[in-house]
Design a protein around this ligand. Structure first.
Ligand code: PLP
Length: 441
């Protein structure tokens, strides 16, 4: 009998391009048949063959509490029973926006959308509408969703498939995006010196995790704030991945707490984008910022944005319940699990003589392979791409064989959840030595 995953993949390819509805799921960079999942609970996912894996993908971020948390599922069921979609405002949306503002006070006004892509697309449109300028600066290796103008050197699936960007993006739209090397303030200064009066915004991942995890160098985000302010451009901090995951107030919260402890006032961007955890596994994302910026959105202002399913009541119930459950204990557990696993993967690889560097941004981490990464660390996309990616392929398949579901690309972060209890962590630890051996070969 053929493996049910293989049969499902063959069938899927007959009707869905590449058999998947989001490219990285297709295992193109690691090879083999993607696991078709039938269910997920806590730290585990189960495929259509009935095989269970400890999950380190966590739906690419949203599952901060683990899969199918009973209280989140109950809230979703209750909301669904009251109606799936109204196309009218609901109190749940207000409560979710208030919860976001409580955690991130600089997000005085919050607009809910359905995907991170919509959030960044709207943020860029808003920045252009507010400033009346055309250009946007992004960094190579940062992924902000599949917005036309933000796909250049975009990391994530674009990196996984070794694509320079995307066909179908017009030259005109690409020409309005300036792509700069990450962690290089001098390059940002130079771009502003040349084009300053034309730049509407700089968009950056708060802590990039789509070229592997490459945290900002000390002072980088603050430097972006300083330069954008000096030139009248907006700073868009993309926290779709980090927001409400690396801490209660995202990467911005962690960074600002550290800055304040050093006596600095900290910084705030003009716009935040959120996604993933804010929906707890359902389609919710958001943009937020000061009222003076956000009130340029329709219906108050001239920048149009809308959505039939924006603030959908069932999705909002999932996000609101998730955020309400995400207390200090949840963040402490996620941090602890990340520390244990990051250390363990490093030790296992070192024991086999595999040159590597594990990089972390809060509870997000990933591994870079090869002598260059090992000796100097990885600060930007060019360095991330220069690694020995084949070692990850071997590690990935060995872990999968041992019942651990890693992201099927070296350019993605490893995600843990508060449901990763000691039993789940032990299963990962037991799988690591064989995987490290495979990576050494
Ligand atoms: N921004 C960042 C930093 C992301 O990691 C992602 C998705 O991975 C997005 C934006 C796009 O979000 P979505 O996939 O919900 O459109």
């Amino acid at each position: 009998m053929p493996d049910p995953n293989h049969a499902a993949f063959v069938r899927a390819q007959g009707v869905i391009p590449g058999g998947v509805n989001s490219p990285v799921r297709a295992y193109r960079s690691v090879g083999g048949d993607p696991r078709f999942l039938a269910s997920a609970r806590g730290p585990y996912v189960t495929d259509v063959a009935g095989r269970e894996y400890v999950d380190l993908v966590c739906s690419w971020g949203p599952a901060l509490l683990g899969h199918a948390h009973p209280e989140v599922v109950a809230a979703v069921q209750e909301a669904a029973a009251r109606g799936l979609s109204f196309g009218a405002p609901t109190l749940g949306e207000v409560e979710l926006a208030e919860e976001v503002r409580r955690r991130v006070p600089a997000a005085e006004r919050v607009r809910l959308v359905s995907t991170g892509t919509e959030a960044t697309m709207t943020a860029v449109r808003l920045a252009r509408g507010v400033t009346g300028r055309p250009l946007v600066v992004k960094f190579a290796g940062c992924y902000h969703g599949h917005v036309d103008g933000l796909l250049a050197e975009a990391g994530s699936g674009v990196a996984t498939l070794a694509m320079p960007g995307s066909a179908g993006v017009t030259e005109a739209s690409a020409a309005e995006t300036l792509v700069l090397p990450y962690n290089d303030l001098a390059a940002v200064e130079a771009a502003f010196a040349q084009h300053g009066s034309q730049i509407a915004a700089v968009i950056t991942e708060a802590a990039p995790a789509n070229m592997g995890v490459v945290p900002p160098a000390e002072g980088f985000n603050e430097g972006l704030r300083r330069i954008t302010s000096a030139h009248g451009a907006l700073l868009i901090l993309d926290e779709v991945l980090t927001g409400f995951r690396v801490g209660p107030s995202g990467w911005w919260g962690l960074e600002n707490a550290a800055l304040r402890s050093q006596g600095s006032e900290g910084y705030a961007p003009d716009l935040f984008t959120f996604g993933k955890v804010i929906g707890g596994g359902m389609p919710v994302a958001a943009l937020g910022g000061p009222a003076t910026v956000m009130n340029h959105l329709a219906p108050l202002g001239p920048v149009y944005q809308a959505g039939t399913l924006s603030g959908n009541p069932v999705a909002v119930a999932s996000g609101l319940t998730t955020l309400r459950l995400a207390d200090d204990g949840v963040y402490a557990r996620v941090d602890h699990v990340a520390s244990v696993l990051a250390a363990a993967v490093g030790e296992a690889l070192s024991a086999e003589g595999v040159e590597h560097r594990v990089q972390r941004a809060g509870s997000l981490f990933s591994v870079f392979f090869g002598p260059l990464a090992a000796s100097r660390g990885v600060r930007d996309y060019a360095q991330a791409q220069a690694q020995e990616t084949h070692r990850y392929t071997a590690l990935f398949h060995s872990m999968l064989e041992s019942g651990v579901n890693l992201p099927p690309s070296v350019f993605e972060a490893w995600f843990v959840s508060a449901a990763h209890d000691d039993a789940a962590v032990d299963r990962i630890l037991e799988a690591l030595p064989a995987a490290a051996k495979a990576a050494a070969a």
